[in-house]
Design a protein. Sequence first.
Length: 381
Amino acid sequence: MEKDLKIPDEINLLIVKAITEKLSDNDLSVIADWLRADKSNTEYLRSFVNSWILSGAGKSTQEFIPEKSLMKLKERMDKAQKYTSETAGRKFLKWSAVAAAGTLLFILGFLFSGLNNKTSRAEISSPEITEIVCPLGSKTKITLSDGSEIWLNAGSTLKYSGIFGITERAVELEGEAFFSVKSDKDKPFIVNTHGMVVRATGTKFNIKSYNDELTETAILVEGSIEVEIKKKTEDFEKVTLKPNQKLIVLNEVARIIEPGDLTEKKLPVKEVSVPVKTNLESNIKAELYTSWKDDKWIIQKEPLGSFVALLERRYNIKIGFRSEELKNYKFSGTIRNETINQIMEAIRLTAPVKYVIIKDSVILEIDSGLKRRFESIITKR
């Protein structure tokens, strides 16, 4: 810490605040500018963090005051270094090195992610990312560190950073999830999908955003959420939802050229979903869109064409149609713990449908002889 005399006290205090998670937006800008000004400042930061860990300056049961901790840091350094070299041995040194490296990555991670965030999307900014994958044929419930609860539907992935609940509450979702968010007005809960950014403080809502579907939906059960939809023009459309409203975002597939050799005759092309149209529905029955997480899954007038897509994820199977006409029929019912065989039997008894199960695949075709009899139960669109 010989360089300490050359570093302004303001910077030292800001580093202490950063280590202890007390850095404001204004402080963030000051310390980031200082880091950019001279490459040696990053090395100084690394040395400072290492000394902080070794000295134990931040460990106290009393109210934390950055100025006092900074003063105690110098007082404890000599004792701490002697202790680690003469008494503690290699295990403590190894732990302190790992802790210092993790703290340094934490500071640099949220500093530069916050400054380089040019869009309204709240990027996950920590090098430590937690990823929760809910496989096809299952569903799961998790509780985050802030007390918020999330139900993940089949084929869904949720990601969040190691600083979730500390400096931010941001997650990334691919698939479908129901959120019961704990209230925290200072740190809004943010859900990022490939086409939407959803912001909430304390509320309950459902988000569906599978990459293989051209629609995304946000459904509000209680409270309020703000949804930003990214457009082709790089602008954002903002929509605020009220309870029992459903926002539908229609995407289209756009083809973009990826970086490659411009001398090649054929450049690599990637297909991505781009939001192009939105629709807001009011006075919906929210339970129809959220009951997938409950013991009773309620289905009401769902076209078979889209219903089988839900069944495919829920049961991890493939379902095909030999009769395209079947996709236009609608099904209503309540599903509890039925097997796929029982589901098929229920459909067959209430619709002009024949089915064949071959391993993990189901083939559906229309039974023309029963067609007219069942049109009163499952009506054609």
